[in-house]
Design a protein around this ligand. Sequence first.
Ligand code: ZN
Length: 530
Amino acid sequence: MLAWLAGFLAVPTHAQTNLWPLAKDAAAAHRFSVLFTAQDVLHCLSTEAGLDAAVAWCQTSGITHVFLEAFRDDYQAERATLLRARERFQTAGFLVSGCVTTTLLGKPSSGWGPLVCCYTDLPTQAKLQAVFEYAASLFDEIMIDDFYFCDCKCPECDAARLARRVTIGDKTYPVEGDSWSDYHCALMVHLSQDRVLAAAKKINPKVRLIIKYPQWYDMYQVRGYDVGRETAAFDRTWAGAETRDYTNVWHWGGTVQYEGYFLTRWLGEVGGEKCGGGWFDWLGTTEPNYVEQARQTILAGAPETMLFCYGGLNPSAQSIYPASIPWPTPTGQADMAALRANLPELLATAREVRRRHPVGIAAYKPINSGGGSEMRIFDFLGMMGLPLAPCHQFPTNAPAAFFSVHAFDDPNATAEINDYIKTGRPVLLTKILAQLLSPRLNLPAPNVRIVSMPEPLDSLLVLPQAQCDQLRGPLLDALHVTFQAPDQVALYLFSPDGWVVENFNTEAVKVILNGQSLSIPARGWLCHWN
Ligand SMILES: [Zn+2]
């Protein structure tokens, strides 16, 4: 048996470890990478001294893969600088890839503009193609940051939506419906195929394109991210695991830590081997939740963690922030110190996770489902200690299942859930979904439990322990697990023989797992592998 108890008390012990050989040795299980924005390339990698400092910083940080960005915020990095940096990092033993961030690239969207574009606009399409052709002439792999969507409702977009027609260059494609979602999703799929994938591969047949999906997963289909069709079209995918600090009201707060796990695991199910990793940043974080972002990414089974970005994580590099990083926070250096201290343990955990597969209560989110008033409910249930197994296809064979309003977007949901209920396995249903599908669902069945979810969902974070224990009990029975714990203590189960308990509370907690009493330090975790 191998078990360890971690918390920030462990920092001094790990601080002396030489991370470079450790990271190289663990790379097959998990790899850490960093992005140099196009502005970082300009300000930090244009001189030999800057390159030396960047190589040393990455090696000291256990980073073995760098992404060099060719375009961001209407700035295209110089070819000579990118080529020199690529060579310098490769010679030093790094993997090197490219990146494109499609901000300030053309006609501003009437929604998120000017950072996000109106891709109905033909000159914007042409500029997009030129940017990817440039990047493909330099790199065999290109990440696309998550501004690559369209929420524009300008007259030109509206006319195309009503005509149910996407125009890409001189080609037109039909669109199934006339909703904005139908139009934007079809637009982005065809744009990706013609102007990004085909264009880049014509320049460099070896190039692989990675689409990074944002953290706001229940909104994808509203802004043109069709995870089904885009995952099929692209060579690889990446998950936005940037949950940041839930309590930070100024810098993107309000997202709970478990979301990093839920989304990365869900996209891992959707993409399979295509899902290359998770991505998070330092913006609006504290040291504990920066490390928690890494833990969630690794527990979700991601093979790689991408850290955004060099200039933010290493203030001494004196980079300059572009408009797409509007409110940088001065936390990068401390975050990286905490990550380095925890890196040996994170990599050891990744080795154990990657040898196993996750098990749990099926959490069904069909592709392009939004969840209505139950948006992001999975994140909160995970925080309550329900070990979720996220899935995008109906979980026919799951030992226990949870269904929310998301399931309503599956046209066969009623029949499928009724069949599932007939198996006698425990089912947890939200009251709103039960109302939507009633009276066709067999709700009186003894294995069905209906729960009314509070609005806002934040109250789920402060429930009395008895209520959490009672909610989990019957579902965990089906997994042959018992777990008594306060709220905000998450449970992760792996097969064969692995579990992790993570405490998101700011004080230590006592839990009982399968009859065994355990103490988990504040913001710490306990991992057990047989
Ligand atoms: Zn438009």
